[in-house]
Write a protein that binds this ligand. Structure first.
Ligand code: CP
Ligand code: NVA
Length: 334
């Protein structure tokens, strides 16, 4: 097998990467994780700098980029959702050209996928997608690492996703599974199935990888024998307040419960990209409770807090996998 070299590449969506390249990034992340545990320094990218553009808020992704960059020896500049000229007084193309003069790489979290694609088109340094409406590729690498840590493999794993399956997380899990030979079931009210063109693309990829893509409205069917249960918020960042009522009505039947988890395989796990609404300890959770009477949303507190839940290990893996993406595309060498 030819040695994999991702130097200079953008990381915009998993569709742009082969299974071998994705495996390489996860292997590199596992190596970084072991080095971190052993206090082995990896600061070979000293003197480099990265720009972190966030047009939506973040805890995990921002912290992961910052800690990972610092571990690699790099400096970081954070541009918050309101603190830059991007899109308001300066075009994406001009921003890309300006930042490329100062930085060695650019992370972008924002709205349409076309924005990060345009940023990458005009930037002369690697651009990394930190979440768009359509895709969340760095989350997928962390999920893959977590699944591999738990099951020792990813091929043949049966992952059932419940909830809003037509947004960044649902779309990305479908692409991930199709590339890596997993059996992905997206379980939702059909209004929330991913767009048909993407489903077709993924089904074709799944045929080559011995994986499969199933869309169903049947909650029990999706649960039987599943190895991984996965869900995400019902209303994503950037969506209007007004959609809550309809989402609650449409997606409450697709809440992940302990009863569902118990129908999975013996060592089934629960995953969530986070943040999650599983109790009333959040501002939004309280507002929704006051307005609609719900005490938990996409996952019950019992399932979230259960021994099957690996959500915090998954969150920690964001940092190691994001480190791998920056290192690989910036030409890190041992
Ligand atoms: N999962 C995830 O992307 O979390 P943040 O929104 O906190 O970055
Ligand atoms: N679908 C969620 C993912 C958060 C990590 C959102 O876009 O808000």
């Amino acid at each position: 097998m030819a040695k994999i070299d991702l130097t200079g590449r953008d990381f915009l969506k998993l569709l742009d990467f082969s299974a071998e390249e994705i495996r390489y990034l996860v292997d590199l992340a596992a190596d970084f994780k072991a080095k971190k545990a052993a206090f082995t320094p990896v600061d070979k990218l000293r003197g480099r700098n990265v720009a972190l553009i966030f047009e939506k808020t973040s805890t995990r992704t921002r912290c992961s980029f910052e800690v990972a960059a610092h571990d690699l020896g790099m400096g970081t500049t954070y541009l918050d959702p309101s603190g830059s000229q991007i899109g308001k007084k300066e075009s994406i193309a001009d921003t890309a050209c300006v930042l490329s003069q100062m930085f060695d790489g650019i992370e972008y979290r924002g709205f349409g996928q076309e924005i990060v694609e345009e940023l990458a088109k005009y930037a002369s340094v690697p651009v990394w997608n930190g979440l768009t409406n359509e895709y969340h590729p760095t989350q997928m690498l962390a999920d893959l690492l977590t699944i591999r840590e738990h099951f020792g493999r990813v091929e043949g794993i049966r992952l059932s996703y419940y909830g809003d399956a037509r947004y960044n997380t649902g779309n990305s899990l479908m692409v991930l599974g199709a590339k890596m030979g997993m059996h992905i079931t997206l379980c939702s009210n059909r209004k929330y199935f991913p767009n048909e063109a993407l489903v077709e693309t993924c089904r074709a990829l799944a045929q080559e990888s011995d994986g499969s893509i199933t869309l169903t409205e049947d909650v029990q069917e999706a649960a039987r024998g599943a190895d991984v249960f996965y869900t995400d918020v019902w209303v994503s960042m950037g969506e209007p307040e007004e959609v809550w009522q309809e989402r609650i009505r449409d997606l409450t039947p697709y809440r992940v419960t302990m009863d569902l988890l118990n129908q999975g395989s013996e060592d089934a796990i629960f995953m969530h990209c986070l943040p999650a609404f599983h109790d009333l300890h959040t501002g939004t959770g309280k507002l929704i409770h006051d307005k609609y009477g719900l005490t938990e949303m996409e996952v019950t507190d019992e399932a979230f807090e259960s021994g099957k839940s690996v959500v915090f290990q998954e969150a920690g893996n964001r940092m190691h996998t994001i480190k791998a993406v920056m290192a690989a595309t910036l030409g890190y060498r041992e």
